[in-house]
Design a protein around this ligand. Structure first.
Ligand code: CO
Ligand code: CO
Length: 312
């Protein structure tokens, strides 16, 4: 076993031979958008992401389904599965089966298997002091999906958000491998602060985060925070990470909660040597990843502690 549960990494990794390791992960959740097909593709992109976050290539997946078969039209389930299957086809992953149970609230996700060369995998524990931190999708997804539930987003805004969540992290992973990134994770339920805390702590380092460099999915995100469109998970994230994080007085009042916002199918957070950071950003821009932003730096200090300020 190369990666187990000790470092709270994105997936387990098991060595099969000198040049091949298998990567295994599972993820599922309740609907984040109304359209069943979109929900399926977002859930699949999210499940695949944990394999990409290991620098690995997914090749096989199993569906995990909870569905109220007697209360809801089975056509809805069919559309969810089709969304997931199409996402897998997009990246060359075979859906080989799955399991469903009768469940009051619909749930969908996947167990995904990938492969990686054992020397090439990207863990969250490989960061080095001085590495710059690069983020490949903008934040604000938790706030925006909460706004959907309260009917506060236009149709266009929903379409843009779905496209962002359904975007796979394959190219970001490829670019990270090209520049020999030291560490990677994906930004999901624990928010940027929570996942950065894990990456820093697993790497035995402290981190700085520059809030002014962090991209957001919509100009409206700050206003939505003022309207209290903040999911419970994001509040819990901020509460939890506050014991490790120091927030500078130059931050805007809503910055901490924005940086703790729970993401669904967020981007990769990569730690790269300073001299490779610009090459990585340029490569991400060529790949047209949703964001390509240098947002902070790893450094020596109490492992897992975070200094959050507005600029470098
Ligand atoms: Co993950
Ligand atoms: Co996960």
């Amino acid at each position: 076993m190369l990666v187990g549960s000790e470092t709270a990494d994105d997936a387990g990794v098991y060595r099969l031979s000198d040049d091949l390791a298998i990567v295994q992960t599972v993820d599922y959740f309740t609907p984040v958008v109304d359209d069943p097909y979109d929900f399926g593709s977002v859930a699949a992109a999210n499940a695949l992401s944990d394999v990409y976050a290991m620098g690995a290539e997914p090749f096989m997946a199993l569906n995990i389904v909870g569905f109220p078969a007697t209360e809801l039209d089975l056509g809805i389930l069919h559309d969810i599965l089709r969304g997931g299957a199409d996402k897998c086809v997009e990246v060359g992953v075979s859906v080989v089966g799955g399991h469903s149970i009768d469940d009051k609230e619909p749930k969908f996700g996947m167990a995904v298997t990938g492969r990686v060369h054992p020397d090439r995998m990207l863990t969250n524990a490989g960061g080095k002091a001085g590495d710059l931190l690069v983020l490949t999708k903008p934040l604000g997804i938790g706030i925006l999906t909460t706004a959907i539930k309260r009917d506060k987003l236009s149709e266009n805004e929903v379409t843009e958000l779905v496209a962002l969540m359904a975007a796979v992290n394959r190219d970001a992973s490829k670019a990270a491998l090209e520049v020999d990134a030291h560490a990677a994770t994906d930004v999901t339920g624990f928010g940027l602060l929570g996942h950065l805390h894990e990456l820093a702590s697993s790497s035995g380092l402290a981190a700085e985060l520059w809030a002014g460099n962090v991209p957001f999915a919509s100009d409206r995100v700050r206003a939505l925070v003022a309207e209290k469109m903040v999911p419970g998970g994001s509040k819990k994230n901020l509460e939890y990470v506050s014991q490790y994080a120091e927030f500078s007085s130059d931050l805007a009042a809503e910055d901490p909660i924005l940086l703790a916002d729970a993401q669904t199918s967020g981007g990769l957070l990569l730690a790269v040597p300073e001299e490779s950071a610009q090459t990585l950003v340029a490569r991400l821009e060529e790949f047209k990843t949703p964001a390509a932003a240098i947002v902070g730096r790893l450094g020596s200090g109490e492992p897992g502690t975070l200094q959050v300020r507005s600029a470098r």
